[in-house]
Design a protein around this ligand. Structure first.
Ligand SMILES: Cc1ncc(COP(=O)(O)O)c(C=O)c1O
Length: 382
């Protein structure tokens, strides 16, 4: 649309793709019945449709369909995994043990873990290296006798860095701790297999992969017991009661199918566009800092700190032309805890931008973005 800012915030959310909208369409009004209601043919049809979508999503992820628990998104899946597992374990053993995470995790991981801390569990929040990646040495040393849970994300939502999940999982197994991994930024942007990586609990979300908002999933190994966060009907094996939102379930499976089918083409495209943008910006902006490792990173993410500018002015000039963000959409405007953990000052954080590319970003967009950015930077120089 003419006059609309260029959208460069695909890590915050993505638009529903046409194929997803088309797949969901019949389930809003034609086939609207409750999938838990198997007393009539409408309900049986809805139940069958939800089963087909569950099986499709499970097959794409390489897991048994019974391992999938639909939730309202990644936030709920993270809460269910962390609070649910820790509390179920304590109910069985009577012990409140120790949990490890990284200080750059999404708030939907950090906040439930801090809640557990208030309930008496012990929590270690490790600082990453200055490139945003975990230090495996430090990680090994952080295990205690009663460490029972580790939560480390696959790809960071602000700086896009990829954590060495296989190496992390190996150390978890060695220390008899479960590994929870928030993969909501990784799905569709990098290929991975849950079981090859040996992840016990994995979180995903549909609106990060051109699917609908309001649905995500927790994938768990079969023998792991978790406590529900709410009670009611017995849906989702009693772990997430409530009527299943059938159109969203169908949309989620369709979005995942497209994302996984097109993954290699998209990775190639994103890398090319991201690197073009980065080269252009480094040539034009003296002293530009890149936040997070470039080597181990999502192909569609760039996070930069611009030197010697008034951050607020740069941001307000930029927003007329580009929709991008300076941190996570879930941070309520607080300075990015991720950039602070990398050692950036508050002033630098204010002059930082996350540029995330997506399916509809073009070469022409990238060249315009570079012009808009250099212009805004020039006009806000200190
Ligand atoms: C890594 C990560 N985890 C969790 C979330 C929360 O996802 P949802 O909006 O599906 O609750 C997000 C979204 O911003 C995210 O990027």
């Amino acid at each position: 649309m003419k006059g609309k800012p260029l959208y460069l915030d695909y890590q915050s959310s993505t638009p529903c793709s046409t194929r997803v909208l088309e797949a969901m369409e019949p389930y809003w009004s034609d086939y609207f019945a409750n999938p838990s209601d198997r007393q009539h043919s409408d309900g049986i049809y809805a139940c069958a449709a939800s089963n087909v979508s569950r099986e499709c999503l499970a097959e794409l992820l390489g897991v048994d369909p019974t391992r999938l628990i639909f939730t309202s998104g990644a936030t709920e899946a993270n809460n269910l995994a962390l609070l649910g597992y820790a509390r179920a374990r304590t109910a069985e053993t009577g012990d409140k043990g120790h949990v490890i995470t990284l200080s750059t995790e999404h708030l939907s991981v950090l906040e439930p873990l801090r809640k557990l801390q208030k309930e008496g569990f012990r929590l270690t929040e490790l600082q990453p290296n200055s490139d945003g990646i975990i230090s495996l040495d430090q990680f090994e040393k952080a295990f205690q006798k009663d460490t029972f849970l580790v939560s480390i994300m696959m790809a960071n939502n602000e700086i896009g860095v990829l954590q060495p999940i296989r190496e992390i999982a190996l150390r978890c197994k060695y220390n008899s701790a479960l590994l929870h991994c928030d993969a909501s930024q990784a799905l569709g942007n990098i290929p991975f297999n849950i079981d090859t990586l040996d992840i016990d609990l994995l979180t995903i979300s549909a609106h990060k992969i051109y699917g609908p908002k309001g649905i995500g999933a927790l994938i768990k190994k079969k023998n792991i017991r978790i406590q529900p966060l709410q009670w009611g009907g017995g849906q989702e094996q009693g772990l997430r009661p409530g009527t299943l939102p059938l159109p969203l379930v169908v949309g989620f499976a369709t979005a995942a199918k497209i994302a996984i089918e097109d993954i290699h083409t998209n990775i190639h495209k994103y890398k090319f566009l991201r690197d073009t943008l980065l080269n252009d910006l480094t040539n034009k902006i003296h002293g530009l800092k890149i936040n997070g490792s470039l080597k181990s990173r999502l192909p569609n993410n760039l996070n930069i700190t611009v030197p010697n500018v008034r951050g607020k002015k740069m941001n307000s000039l930029l927003r007329k032309h580009i929709s991008c963000s300076s941190g996570s959409a879930c941070s309520n405007g607080a300075p990015s805890h991720v950039l602070l953990a990398l050692g950036r000052s508050l002033q630098e954080v204010e002059c930082s931008l996350r540029l995330s590319l997506g399916r509809y970003t073009t070469e022409e967009d990238v060249s315009q973005i570079s012009d808009f950015l250099t212009d805004a930077i020039f006009k806000s120089k200190i």
